[in-house]
Design a protein around this ligand. Structure first.
Ligand code: AMP
Ligand code: ZN
Ligand code: FE
Ligand code: FE
Length: 286
């Protein structure tokens, strides 16, 4: 069984539509894929409609959180998408992304970069707008060579010259909201240092106390030593260990299934979830 529990589509900052993503996941030999767009479940319906035979979809989202000034991401799986409190929080975060992107564009204009909201809005389409879309605009304008090159202090990295914060949920509140909506909460790439500051192990322990289910250990932004350390921490704290690609289509270099989750852990996630159930593909034609 090959299980990839973290991917993005055009519903946020990935480049494949949800339908393309599930087709590629099947073609890549995956048995299970989770669609976890930033702060939105909008891609789920199209993914389900196109789901190939032999591939199971885990519905999810990656929630933007902040603890003591440090941005962090919480993967939420198999929650009830209609549950009002979590739905309201997703909308709050997602809606705030628009004025925030416009603020970053204003900063870029002040720095002499002629990027416009029309350009970024075109790139984002109806996806939840984020820094990778702004980064793609900078690539189009020839300001940087790649999306990655835009994530520097000079441009869009946390605290960078054109960076602006957005509304982000307190992770203790997010864990409570996810669990209350019948979902399972996994801390995404908790030690991805290249993205900026990370939260201390003590905070992971406190989140575990507060109901966090697991941590994403096998991720491209964790080196082998970091993975070993996180695996040990998960063992001490009784947390599930996941692995996943964090696939973003052509906006990032990782490929589907590059890292994967143990079938036993996947089984435990599905046993804990009560808000939604994994959906086996029946060969959707959409
Ligand atoms: P946002 O949620 O709009 O702040 O954008 C965050 C997204 O930007 C993350 O989910 C990553 O996909 C991407 N990102 C963050 N840091 C980096 C980085 N150092 N290099 C490449 N992409 C990054
Ligand atoms: Zn992303
Ligand atoms: Fe993330
Ligand atoms: Fe992600």
């Amino acid at each position: 069984m090959r299980i990839d529990l973290h991917t993005h589509s055009t519903a946020s900052d990935g480049t494949d539509t949800p339908a393309e993503l599930v087709r590629k996941a099947a073609a890549a030999g995956l048995d299970v894929v989770a669609l976890t767009d930033h702060d939105t479940t909008r891609g789920h319906a199209d993914a389900l409609a196109a789901l190939p035979q032999g591939l199971t979809l885990v519905t999810g989202a990656e929630l933007s959180c902040r603890l003591d000034g440090v941005s962090m991401h919480l993967l939420a799986y198999l929650f009830d998408p209609e549950e009002p409190a979590l739905l309201a929080e997703r909308e709050l975060v997602r809606d705030d992304r628009v004025p925030r992107a416009q603020g970053m564009i204003a900063k870029l204009n002040e720095l002499g970069v002629p990027v416009t909201w029309d350009q970024v809005a075109r790139i984002a389409g109806d996806g939840s707008v984020g820094r990778p879309h702004v980064a793609s605009a900078l690539v189009e304008l020839g300001v940087v060579d790649s999306v990655n090159d835009a994530f520097t202090p000079e441009w869009l990295a946390d605290g960078g010259r054109a960076y602006m914060p957005k509304h982000e949920t307190d992770p203790f509140e997010a864990v409570r909201l996810v669990r209350n909506a019948g979902g399972v909460a996994v801390f995404a790439h908790p030690a991805a240092v290249k993205r900026g500051r990370t939260v201390p192990e003590s905070a992971i322990a406190e989140l575990a106390e507060a109901g966090l289910d697991g941590i994403e250990v096998d991720h491209m932004d964790h080196d082998p030593d970091t993975r070993a350390r996180l695996r040990g921490l998960a063992g001490e704290l009784g947390l599930l260990v996941t692995g996943s690609s964090d696939y973003h289509g052509s906006r990032k270099t990782c490929v589907l299934g590059e890292f994967s989750t143990d079938p036993e852990v996947y089984g435990e996630i599905t046993r804990r979830a009560t808000g939604a159930f994994p959906v086996p593909g029946t060969g959707g034609a959409a």
